[in-house]
Design a protein around this ligand. Structure first.
Ligand SMILES: C[S@@+](CC[C@H](N)C(=O)[O-])C[C@H]1O[C@@H](n2cnc3c(N)ncnc32)[C@H](O)[C@@H]1O
Length: 399
């Protein structure tokens, strides 16, 4: 169904669409696209052991503890704002597990927020999240479950082909905003820079056999401008590009950040994703696009594989964290830290939690699982260095 819709769309567009349009159709374009699918039983979801990939939200309570501590910090250092008005806003909350675990942490500390807002694109995912959260909270404490019903609020985010994430009807908040692995699912353009030839844009057409295949076209001025900016920036940093290379460029990130920051009056924003800074993204040994597909826990290493399993595999790419840094450096009401996931978790006190909770962890099986989760989150070979955290402080005095 997604494939047929995609082919019709390509024909309607004159036989060729750029990669970002292809990615939009696969992930969001219609009711059975990857992130819009109606089958959201646990085994039908993209996330978790039965899906295509695992995210940090499901690796124990460590992330939730860190976010809860940050939220506690925000409300404790704010004397001039009524503590009752603080909220948490989570973009693309996945299974809902992270929200449930954060609420448990805050409930145990006696500092539940006034509101926990979930911004979700898919109505079916909302239904799944409601059930999952109810399950987790009831198991922890029935009274928390009842309280959470008045705290949790879902907002449907509208997406479209041109602008991608359209501004949702949300109020400005004081508190904590979480965007965990969101930007890597924004539709991205792929450009090809060549030393002695024109800059091209990767796109998709239908070949004579009726199959999808890649085809490059001349890039438009907007894309050329972005590529040349990165080439000149590399040169200023002492790296002269001499070999052809592909660059993944997202045109939606900045606009989304602008909207997001406009709706955070006071507090902290934490964007985490797998990605790199440009000195690594644009180094000479990275000549391929970093776009990749995940299907049943297998990551494909070839761009061509992205054309398979249309609508039923995840498409994603390495987020350009320098784009985020440039955006936040330009704002005059915030400052930020950029850290690896390992550094961010350790600075958030995760190892102190670990040593304080030895008692809880001595229950054999549980301990092995929790220690394994923590290792996965911070080890260099797993997620520790491949995930980055951009932690932004808005209208906050410097720590
Ligand atoms: C890789 S998943 C991550 C899910 C979850 N945050 C986690 O870490 O497990 C990306 C999710 O972000 C959602 N998403 C993408 N753009 C979004 C936006 N502008 N607002 C809210 N959610 C968005 C997608 O629909 C998808 O469910």
């Amino acid at each position: 169904m997604v494939l047929q819709n995609l082919k019709n769309f390509i024909k309607k567009k004159g036989g060729w669409i750029p990669f970002d349009s292809f990615m939009f159709e696969c992930l969001y374009g219609n009711d059975d696209s990857y992130y819009m699918r109606k089958n959201t039983s646990l085994s039908g979801l993209p996330f978790g052991p039965s899906g295509d990939y695992v995210t940090s939200a499901s690796l124990g309570h460590w992330m939730a503890r860190a976010y809860a501590d940050i939220y506690a910090g925000i409300i404790s250092k704010t004397s001039n704002i009524d503590k009752e008005v603080f909220a948490i806003r989570e973009y693309g909350p996945g299974t809902g597990e992270l929200a449930a675990k954060i609420l448990i942490e805050l409930f145990d500390q006696g500092i539940l927020p006034k509101k926990y807002e979930m911004l979700e694109i898919s109505q079916s995912f909302i239904e799944f999240q409601k059930n999952k959260i109810a399950d987790i909270l009831k198991r922890h404490d029935e009274s928390l479950y009842l309280k959470a019903n008045n705290i949790l609020e879902w907002k449907l985010v509208q997406v479209d082909r041109e602008e991608f994430a359209i501004s949702t009807d949300i109020d400005p908040i004081n508190g904590l905003v979480i965007a965990s692995e969101i930007i890597d699912s924004f539709p991205v353009k792929v450009a090809l820079w060549q030393p002695t030839d024109e800059i091209l844009e990767l796109g998709i057409r239908i070949n004579h056999e009726g199959d999808l295949e890649f085809q490059n076209q001349l890039a438009d001025d907007k894309l050329i401008e972005k590529v040349l900016y990165r080439k000149n920036q590399a040169l200023e940093n002492g790296y002269l590009w001499t070999t052809p290379r592909m660059l993944d460029i997202c045109f939606h990130t900045e606009r989304w950040l602008k909207i997001l920051m406009g709706k955070l009056s006071y507090g902290e924003l934490i964007i985490s994703d797998y990605g790199l800074e440009r000195y690594e993204l644009d180094s000479d040994n990275r000549i391929e696009s970093n776009v990749t597909a995940f299907f049943k826990h297998t990551q494909t290493s070839k761009l061509n594989e992205c054309l398979k399993n249309v609508g039923s595999q995840d498409l994603t790419y390495l987020v350009d964290f320098s784009q985020l840094s440039e955006f936040f450096l330009d704002q005059n009401d915030c400052y930020f830290h950029l850290k690896s996931q390992a550094a961010w978790l350790i600075d958030s006190g995760v190892l102190d939690h670990f040593s304080r909770n030895q008692d809880f962890l001595t229950k054999g099986h549980e301990m092995i699982k929790e220690v394994g989760n923590l290792q996965k989150l911070i080890s260099d070979n797993e997620m520790g260095q491949s995930f980055l955290f951009c932690h932004v402080f808005k209208n906050n005095s410097r720590a």
